[in-house]
Design a protein around this ligand. Structure first.
Ligand code: G6P
Length: 472
């Protein structure tokens, strides 16, 4: 029976040990939820790195057995591979360039050598389980060479690729010394998906200018093969957030938090630690808001959660220090004996607490400098079952193309952020409800299950069209 093989750098699972036993906690992330209906079925499998270094062979075998129970197959990376491929090429070259922070990139030859080596390692893991007729769906920027490597070994395979982060304009992409190899790698896929039309357009632009391939609308001809480039804005499991909002556990949490923040209007901000998220600029905007609106003292509070991430990469460590400093500075200037303007948490929280915060917050402030999609914005919207609340959203996030009823701001403009907070706090309830309702409809209709189905169905169509053209 034909199976689907999902491949991503990171497996959708957290691994811990309790009394020596391995404990696997499936990830709550959007991708894991959306693809849950796919990889957990039949012989389907999800291949990826377990997210930590496992050197002991016995431990590797034990973990592999446990993961197999969840249809997961590990690719183990050595410390050097983690350093050079993951922290290095993926997160010190591709991540900054694709998020328009070109001065952050460090072009090291060894990063590239390891990027090839690890993509090959993933290829070997796939070849060990792939059979004729299988569908292989590769995810994200850590594995850009993989579709091309697979195509070389499995010329007829059905291969999809989806990129979860932006694809930059040609002027940025061309900076990468290995740009041609990267494009050829991606083009090994039959269907290439991005969150937004602009990402797709930028990708096609780079293929035409760097490889001189012919593109007609959204189809690129690669030797005799037609490759389709399409937009699939990723959604969330909106039902999960809707129903969480009305569970007793979450409602109790909301009561506890509401008591704690009595009479204080809450602005919520949730991100992974990342310079692409515009955290410092957001804090500057909030600072300006407090400066311009003395009435907000003791009346408004910013609840800011930053989830630790990639803290072995120097830029991330640096950013963390800068955030600590700026939060300390703002709190010290505005705090009163019984009130702090910013409640800052540098840790992750269980989904129930996040759901309670989504419920409690009058405003959700999502202002990345660049973001492929941004699912926090969608999770906030889905959680607002009473249709109140205001979303302030960066025009640089993919989500802003869909959630047009948010207050949309330029994240570099501290004045605009400050004014948007003011506008959101002043917004009448009917206006809030009108906007939230229409955003909730969009989030419900284009949910993550719709995203998976549409991608898989399109890949199927592309493959059938290719085959019928060959038969002619
Ligand atoms: C983004 C990327 C994912 C990545 C995630 C977490 O959402 O698109 O590919 O897995 O960040 O980053 P990490 O480096 O911890 O895997």
């Amino acid at each position: 029976m034909r199976k689907t093989i999902i491949v991503s750098n990171r497996l959708p699972v957290k691994i811990t040990r309790k009394n020596g036993e391995i404990v696997l906690t499936p990830s709550e992330g959007g991708l894991a939820t959306g693809l849950g209906s796919v990889y957990r079925e039949g012989n389907n499998v999800w291949i990826g790195w377990p997210g930590q270094e496992v050197t002991d062979v016995m431990e590797q075998t034990e973990l592999k057995t446990e993961l197999a129970k969840l249809n997961l197959l590990p690719v183990y990376l050595t410390a050097e591979e983690i350093n050079q491929f993951y922290e290095g090429f993926s997160n010190e070259i591709l991540w900054p360039i694709f998020h328009y922070m070109s001065t952050y990139a460090r072009y090291e030859q060894s990063y590239w050598d390891f990027y090839i080596r690890v993509n090959e390692k993933f290829k070997e893991a796939i070849l060990a389980v792939a059979e004729p007729g299988d569908v292989i769906w590769v995810q994200d920027y850590q594995l850009l060479l993989l579709p091309g490597m697979l195509r070389a070994d499995l010329p007829d395979a059905s291969i999809g690729f989806f990129q979860h982060i932006p694809f930059p304009s040609y002027e940025l992409f061309r900076l990468i010394p290995w740009r041609v190899e990267l494009l050829n790698g991606i083009l090994g896929a039959d269907l290439i998906g991005f969150h937004t039309f602009d990402d797709a357009r930028h990708f096609i632009g780079s293929c035409v200018r760097l490889l001189a391939y012919h593109a007609s609308a959204n189809t690129i001809t690669v030797n005799d093969r037609s490759v389709m480039v399409e937009t699939f804005p990723m959604g969330i499991d909106n039902r999960k957030f809707e129903s969480l909002s009305s569970t007793a556990g979450v409602q109790n949490q909301v009561q506890v938090l509401a008591k704690r923040f009595q009479d204080i209007r809450i602005i919520l901000s949730i991100d992974r630690l990342d310079y692409s998220k515009g955290i410092l600029q957001r804090l500057q905007g909030f600072d300006l808001f407090l400066q311009n609106n003395p009435w907000a003292i003791e009346k408004v509070g910013l609840a800011m959660i930053i989830v630790p991430s990639r803290d072995t990469v120097p830029r991330y460590k640096e950013l963390r220090d800068q955030i600590d400093q700026l939060v300390g500075n703002i709190n010290a200037r505005y705090r009163t004996m019984g009130w702090s303007p910013i409640h800052y948490f540098y840790r992750s929280f269980p989904l129930e607490i996040l759901a309670a915060l989504y419920n409690l917050a009058d405003i959700c402030l999502v202002t990345p400098m660049r973001d492929g999609m941004n699912l926090v914005a969608k999770e906030y919207v889905a959680s607002r079952i009473h249709n109140n609340g205001v979303l302030i959203l960066s025009e640089m996030a993919g989500a802003s193309k869909e959630l047009i009823d948010a207050i949309v701001v330029n994240p570099n403009d501290a004045n605009a952020i400050a004014a948007a907070i003011d506008e959101a706090l002043e917004m009448s309830l009917p206006e809030q409800q009108h906007r939230m309702k229409s955003m909730r409809q969009i989030v419900a209709k284009f949910n993550v299950h719709h995203w998976v189905k549409l991608f898989m169905a399109t890949l199927d169509d592309v493959k059938k069209t290719q085959q019928s053209m060959l038969a002619r």
